[in-house]
Write a protein that binds this ligand. Structure first.
Ligand code: GLY
Length: 586
């Protein structure tokens, strides 16, 4: 049965076989570790901070064998697609930002989903009205061509040290032999049956609702079909996924009713992951590097530098928070307006990051009660304007995951991966759910107004909020690896760890635990369930911001900090992640 739920409820929510479920309530999933972990660093120590203990373990299994951080990332993500299918998987896509110790360089590998050739700007419009988000989310039109497997291949070809097939062994073993269903995954299922067709779609219904009942936390689940898919990818390479039976199954699921999409096998065969320049910008004596559009990673550099312009000398903590809020409001407004797929639109990143523009923006902060709007960097810099777009305030749901990994040679991966909404579109193919990433495009369409930068275009990648970030010190050595899931809140969540650790005097774990504050559009959401959330909300209210007090801000921050004494890692207590570390004897 489906009932209407508010977008807020959805935001709070956050992939055919014959699965085996053995319900044994006394058996509980591994508990999350919420204490910061410390370990020896480069040249021998390694660390992984990942959203599920099975996946953290897969990562360190690779690192222990001397694998590159990229090897560990692929192994971890293949496991996440099995044990955390509500957040990401091989039916979706995402980004790797990679630091290479030898060259002290950062590169960005883009495995974002692409719009099928049949996608149209108005595919989420019905009788001149934008479809409801829930209907759009489950529509066949929402399914983009998955990028994860192609991203694995690009990353492995560029950096990998271990054999390709080794990377899939942990996931194949778990899928074949069974894993314990986590409380997080099980917790979604009753509500998903209320609001989505996850409990009705062929494949997903039998897998997640055996005998018509949602899987229970602590039960053991097997997914032989996923094991088979990964085994074929391990043996034959990505072509097993991007052509033939698996591609046909994906296309059929996207084209199935109700509300049939257009994705074809030809669309799937045409997919390529792309290596792009990472965006790196100075902040104090550090360099913040992140993913360029279609990601929102550049917002981290905008926001940090705006913050420095806004915060007074010798600030109180209250002044720091106000500067953080104002920096977010302005950088979100610019992000919403200018960011799109750089292969289809010109994103004026250089201008947006120009210190003269940042300075002029900070000189005119939007009054607390007003809605911030985008700036015009070209006008400030006396250049031709690229402010030609329509505003886009697309909502994004929270079906995403983030992991941070440092290997024993000092290489690192910051990766955020997604299926968009919890369990993506809920459409099932070959042992996994398909994404609904096309809802990250601007869904509304009006032929009489300017196009938004993030408009649906055939072959394009939808704008993402994902901001996998790597920060370097003044010697270009690795300093921090951070990022989070959380839809549109990702830039705010991620920036909080940067501010908390670098400017607010917090430990890594304190920064992760600190209440989330998200200042986008005309509201400032403050997480009051964590100290000192209520007093932060009161303080911002008193200044005149339109504060929404919220609980359960679903960040999933996984952070690793490099110090003189080694590595410090933290997992977000709001999810189920763990940090594991070790060292390789050389
Ligand atoms: N679907 C979440 C994101 O890309 O931001």
């Amino acid at each position: 049965m489906r009932v209407a739920l508010s977008l807020l409820s959805l935001a709070l929510l956050a992939a055919c076989s014959e699965p085996t479920q053995t319900t044994s309530p006394e058996q509980t999933p591994p508990l999350p570790v919420v204490e910061a972990q410390e370990a020896q660093g480069w040249p021998h120590g390694y660390m992984a901070a990942v959203a599920n203990p099975y996946a953290t373990e897969a990562a360190v299994t690779m690192l222990q064998q001397g694998g590159h951080a990229v090897d560990a990332a692929i192994a971890a993500h293949a496991v996440l697609g099995l044990v955390e299918p509500e957040s990401s998987g091989i039916g979706g896509g995402g980004f790797f930002v990679v630091y290479e110790q030898d060259t002290q360089s950062v590169r960005f590998l883009d495995g974002r989903e692409t719009a099928p050739a049949g996608a149209t700007a108005d595919m989420f419009m019905r009788e001149n009205t934008e479809m409801g988000f829930l209907d759009a989310w489950q529509s066949g039109h929402a399914v983009g061509v998955p990028g994860a497997i192609a991203l694995y291949k690009l990353a492995h070809d560029t950096y990998g040290k271990l054999p390709w097939h080794t990377l899939f062994e942990p996931a194949i073993t778990l899928a074949s032999e069974g894993f314990v269903v986590s409380a997080k995954m099980a917790g979604y299922l009753p509500q998903m049956a209320q609001i989505s067709r996850l409990d009705e779609n062929p494949g997903s219904a039998q897998y997640f609702y055996p005998n018509g009942q949602p899987l229970q936390a602590g039960s053991t689940l097997r997914n032989p079909e996923y094991a088979n898919t990964l085994q074929r990818v391990a043996d034959e390479g990505p072509s097993a996924f991007y052509s033939g039976e698996i591609a046909q199954a994906m296309a059929a699921a996207a084209q199935a009713g109700p509300d049939r999409g257009t994705m074809t096998v030809a669309d799937i065969e045409a997919y390529t992951a792309v290596e792009r320049d990472a965006i790196c910008g100075p902040w104090r004596d550090l360099t913040i590097c992140s993913a360029t559009p279609p990601s929102s990673g550049a917002m981290q550099i905008m926001l940090a530098n705006l913050y420095d312009e806004l915060v007074p000398e010798n600030p109180t903590q209250a002044q720091r928070i106000t500067a953080f809020v104002d920096a977010q409001r302005m950088s979100y407004a610019d992000r919403d307006y200018y960011f799109g797929d750089p292969d289809h639109v010109e994103v004026p990143l250089e201008q947006l990051l120009d210190p003269r523009y940042i300075e002029s923006r900070a000189a005119n902060p939007t009054p607390p009660g007003d809605t911030p709007s985008h700036g015009d960097p070209a006008a400030v810099l006396n250049q031709d304007s690229v402010a030609i777009w329509a505003q886009d305030s697309t909502n994004e749901a929270a079906g995403t995951t983030h992991f941070s990994i440092v290997d024993s040679e000092g290489n690192a991966v910051s990766s955020t991966m997604t299926v968009e909404s919890p369990f993506g579109s809920g459409r099932w193919a070959a042992g996994f759910v398909l994404n609904n990433e096309m809802t990250d495009f601007a869904r509304g369409f009006d032929a009489d107004t300017p196009e938004p930068a993030n408009m649906i275009r055939p072959g394009a990648r939808p704008r993402s909020s994902m901001s996998p970030t790597i920060i370097l010190d003044s010697d270009s050595e690795l300093y921090m690896v951070t990022g989070s899931p959380g839809g549109n809140s990702i830039p705010a969540y991620t920036a909080k760890t940067v501010m908390g650790i670098v400017d607010w005097g917090m430990s890594v774990q304190e920064a992760v635990n600190f209440p989330n504050i998200i200042a986008r559009g005309d509201t400032v959401r403050v997480e009051i369930g964590r100290e000192p959330g209520q007093s932060l909300a009161d303080q911002l209210n008193a200044i005149g911001y339109n504060v929404q007090e919220v609980d359960g801000e679903n960040s999933g921050l996984h952070v690793i900090l490099v110090t003189e004494d080694g590595l410090i890692g933290a997992a977000d207590p709001r999810r189920e992640g763990t940090v594991m570390s070790g060292s390789v004897t050389q």
